[in-house]
Ligand binder design. Sequence first.
Ligand code: NAG
Ligand code: NAG
Ligand code: NAG
Length: 160
Amino acid sequence: MKQLLFSIAFFHSLIFIVSIDPPYGPLKIQGKLLTDINGTAVTLRGMSLMGSNYHPQFWNEETIRQLKCSWNINIIRAPITPKSKCCGGWFADPSQPINNPWEWKSTRDREFGRLKQVIDASVKYGIYVIIDWHIFDFGNNTLEQGREFFANVSQTWGNL
Ligand SMILES: *[C@@H]1O[C@H](CO)[C@@H](O)[C@H](O)[C@H]1NC(C)=O
Ligand SMILES: *[C@@H]1O[C@H](CO)[C@@H](O)[C@H](O)[C@H]1NC(C)=O
Ligand SMILES: *[C@@H]1O[C@H](CO)[C@@H](O)[C@H](O)[C@H]1NC(C)=O
């Protein structure tokens, strides 16, 4: 048991020594390492939000502040869904009635607003964001839709 505790403590201090806090600048891959702009190895730690159309109550500054300040994360994943069975999506069909689960009205503006809140808060608290185009095996998602989504987000946030 003592040995185990020691290993855990050692492991933690090792992580503590090699990892530094953001801002790291633009990240790079060097050999097996993820590094900051100057080639110093960094450790990213965090979690994923649930899709913005499923659990929107967490897509806000308060969640990011809590995760950063209490959980000490430095990265968050933000999954945006093209189409869902229940709750709309970036590319759900706006011409279809809202009660047909496969053809829910597009909630693109709404999901964009939620993504913006998470990105703005992440910038404010100095953490990274993985913008995740969260495709499921339903809804006939296309490569074109993915391109259009990333064209939007890269034009909107590519300068960060
Ligand atoms: C990278 O190096 C420059 C020059 O030494 C320094 O000003 C900057 O703070 C460093 N950036 C990071 C993320 O360590
Ligand atoms: C991205 O999509 C949002 C939501 O529909 C829209 O308001 C915004 O103008 C779009 N931005 C670009 C650069 O296409
Ligand atoms: C996917 O496309 C096929 C063929 O166009 C269509 O029959 C089907 O209803 C579509 N499914 C969804 C979920 O949109």
